[in-house]
Write a protein of this length. Structure first.
Length: 253
């Protein structure tokens, strides 16, 4: 019997087992989508936001409980300053233009990622959108922004080490649950499936801890082309997967 409550925690039940409770998306290929059309990369990011709107609607319609989208990674700071500024301004515009609609659709928004290095006005915006949607009970939309799995685990370790140094925690009492509670995703079930668009087949530092048993589905479409047809293909693929979680029986969650 596992002694750690983190291991035995049950995910939220879904009515249709074909529908994952938690979908993670590495929204990749915006730049290539634009380049293929002779447009600047920024156009791809704009269309990427439209694809995100579509995805939110699809998740609501199909009864997905949690959607986590990777929108800016810790490593994306290495991009040209102009592109970074553009992506940041898109986030601001997305929140400004879509907040009322998200509230009307009962969506709860959380931003996961490091708040360090973000401008004060952006931090306030993040706090505001989280506070205004905190009581919503529909789709949980987690936006991974300024997010990196290694940075997240590093922050968690620093926090836990601080607790130990202060004498509030004994090293022997550190469990998987202790670590989970120190992650940005505290209280959020692990993703059942992680989708990556654009044909790339890597994780790129997304949900390293949480994705330990996620099914990975790679699709060739660039993110701006992701639509209902692609989503249904992913669901079909997910339905075929046998999830064993290290055991021998077929488990579905
Ligand atoms: C994903 O698209 C969006 C971000 C990483 C911010 P990309 O901008 O990575 O597009 P490609 O991969 O260069 O085509
Ligand atoms: C991953 O895409 C990050 C996001 C989608 C936000 P990247 O385009 O940054 O990943 P790599 O560099 O191809 O691995
Ligand atoms: Mg990319």
């Amino acid at each position: 019997m596992p002694s750690d409550p983190a291991i035995v925690r049950q995910p939220e039940p879904q009515l249709d087992p074909r529908i994952p409770a938690h979908v993670g998306v590495i929204m990749d290929g915006n730049g290539r989508w634009a380049q293929a059309r002779g447009k600047p990369r920024t156009e791809g990011h704009i269309e990427g936001v439209n694809a995100l709107r579509r995805m939110v609607e699809l998740c609501i319609r199909y009864g997905v409980a949690h959607l986590t989208v990777f929108s800016f990674s810790s490593e994306n700071w290495t991009r040209p300053k102009d592109e970074i500024n553009f992506i940041f301004s898109l986030l601001r515009r997305f929140v400004a233009s879509d907040l009322q609609k998200l509230i009307a659709h009962n969506v709860r928004v959380r931003i996961i990622g490091s708040r360090q290095g973000l401008e004060d006005s952006l931090r306030r915006l993040i706090d505001d959108v989280e506070a205004k949607t905190a009581h919503n009970t529909g789709l949980n939309l987690h936006v991974a922004f300024n997010y990196g799995g290694k940075a997240e685990i590093t922050e968690a370790v620093r926090h836990i080490a601080g607790e130990v140094a202060a004498g509030r925690l004994r090293p022997a009492d550190i469990t998987e649950g202790t670590i989970e509670r120190a992650l940005y995703t505290c209280g959020i079930p692990d993703p059942d499936v992680i989708i990556r668009t654009s044909g790339e087949q890597r994780v790129s530092n997304f949900l390293l801890w949480q994705g330990a048993y996620s099914e990975l589905v790679f699709v060739d479409e660039n993110w701006p082309d992701f639509d209902e047809e692609t989503f249904l293909r992913v669901l079909d693929e997910y339905a075929l997967r046998e999830r064993r979680f290290g055991g021998v029986e077929v488990a579905r969650r």
